[in-house]
Design a protein around this ligand. Structure first.
Ligand SMILES: Cc1cc2nc3c(=O)[nH]c(=O)nc-3n(C[C@H](O)[C@H](O)[C@H](O)COP(=O)(O)OP(=O)(O)OC[C@H]3O[C@@H](n4cnc5c(N)ncnc54)[C@H](O)[C@@H]3O)c2cc1C
Length: 256
């Protein structure tokens, strides 16, 4: 079984930055990513608040950060972590395909879109459900669609779809889905991807991993970075900042 100094779960901005910091400190680092490097930002076309790179696309930004991590010696695997077990002074990381050992772990699993209620899922029936108008909106050109949600993201999704679709309905969580809508676009917030860690670290009532600016969790040797931790601002710069802090603190822990 392969052993690393640091295994990072999640290859979004937080996980990639943590990898850069730990690798530059001479540690053997593995990033495990279940789906796509970059996580939630990869479909965003114009990021206006990433310092130094005005209106960069999420995909281009992440490509650069990943390249930087690769050049600094970070190892990468596409694999989904399903459990982490603490064993004496090591951690056994169990994925769908493999098992790895790590002396320290950084959790950077971010968030995923909140799913439709059971009632609305039933109501949608066989109709496609999408969580990204930019990704799927073009499939419904000149058709009727519905957006579920009431926040800023729902407003943004509506504006985008109005430029493509013949009719865009707007409904709230748990309202009935209009009969003639051909696809359902969901924008009802996000939830942390932390369920598998509930017996390893403390979570708050909403499922976020409890940690302060130091990115330390309730389990010694386990650090957390990015949107999946308790914090007030969930943005790229704060994910990168957490990655730096978690990476540095993991290195201090290993060098102790
Ligand atoms: C539509 C949209 C637009 C946004 N626009 C901006 C913007 O303009 N500016 C800005 O600053 N921020 C923006 N944000 C917020 C920003 O994207 C996030 O704050 C940031 O990407 C969080 O990074 P992260 O690394 O913490 O998490 P994520 O990006 O969520 O990455 C987590 C990664 O972990 C992986 N993962 C999860 N569970 C597992 C597992 N069990 N095993 C292995 N891998 C796993 C996921 O697949 C994912 O790739 C936007 C977000 C959205 C949704």
């Amino acid at each position: 079984m392969r052993q690393y100094d640091v295994v990072i779960v999640g290859g979004g901005m937080a996980g990639l930055t943590a990898g850069i910091y730990a690798a530059r400190a001479g540690k053997k680092v593995l990033v495990l990513e279940a789906k796509v490097y970059g996580g939630q930002i990869v479909n965003t076309l114009n990021i206006e608040n990433w310092p130094g790179d005005f209106r960069v696309s999420g995909a281009d930004l992440i490509k650069k950060v990943k390249k930087q991590a690769v050049e600094l010696g970070v190892n990468f695997e596409y694999d989904e972590v399903v459990n982490i077990a603490k064993e004496e002074n090591k951690f056994r990381i169990i994925t769908i395909e493999n098992e790895y050992l790590a002396l320290a772990v950084i959790i950077a699993t971010g968030t995923e879109p909140r799913k439709l209620s059971n009632k609305q899922t039933k109501d949608a029936g066989e109709r496609p459900i999408s969580y990204c108008a930019t990704c799927d909106g073009a499939l419904y050109k000149d058709k009727a669609v519905v957006v579920v949600g009431s926040g800023n993201t729902a407003k943004h999704e509506m504006e985008y779809l109005e430029g493509i679709c013949a009719k865009v309905y707007h409904i709230h969580h748990d309202d009935p889905i209009p009969k003639d809508a051909e696809a359902v676009f969901v924008a009802i917030g996000r939830v942390p991807m932390t369920k598998i860690f509930e017996s390893l670290v403390d979570l708050n009532k909403d499922g976020y991993i409890v940690a302060g600016e130091d990115c330390l969790t309730s389990c010694v040797g386990v650090f957390v970075a990015g949107d999946c931790r308790t914090k007030s601002v969930r943005q790229l710069v704060t994910a990168a900042a957490d990655g730096a802090v978690a990476g540095e603190n993991a290195v201090k822990y290993l060098n102790r």
